[in-house]
Design a binder for this molecule. Structure first.
Ligand code: FES
Length: 87
C-alpha cells in the first residue's frame, strides 16, 4: 500500500461538529494498528475547506468526504485499512 494521506478539517465549524472527536479517533486507530510503521499514513489538519454546511469534512487522498460522523469515519478507516492480522 502506498502512502495514505488523511486530512481532517479543523476549521471551527467542522471541529465543533465532530472533527475534534474524529481527530482523536484517527490518532487512536493509527496507533492501535501501528499504521505509521506498516503503511505510510500521514494525518494532518487543515483550515476551513469552504464546505462548512457539509461538514464535518475529511479528505482522504484528495477525495473529500462530507458529513463524516464517528460511525462513518470508522467505516472509512476500516475500509482503507482492513484488519488482516486479528488475534
Ligand atoms: S470548518 Fe470545515 S469546511 Fe469550514
Amino acid at each position: 500500500m502506498g502512502k495514505v494521506k488523511i486530512t481532517i478539517c479543523v476549521g471551527s465549524s467542522c471541529f465543533a461538529r465532530g472533527n475534534s472527536k474524529n481527530a482523536e479517533l484517527a490518532e487512536k486507530f493509527i496507533a492501535e494498528r501501528n499504521l505509521r510503521e506498516d503503511v505510510d499514513v500521514e494525518l494532518e489538519g487543515s483550515l476551513c475547506t469552504g464546505n462548512c454546511a457539509k461538514g464535518p469534512v475529511i479528505i482522504i487522498d484528495g477525495v473529500p468526504h462530507f458529513s463524516v460522523d464517528e460511525k462513518e469515519f470508522m467505516r472509512l478507516l476500516n475500509e482503507l485499512f482492513p484488519a488482516n492480522n486479528k488475534e
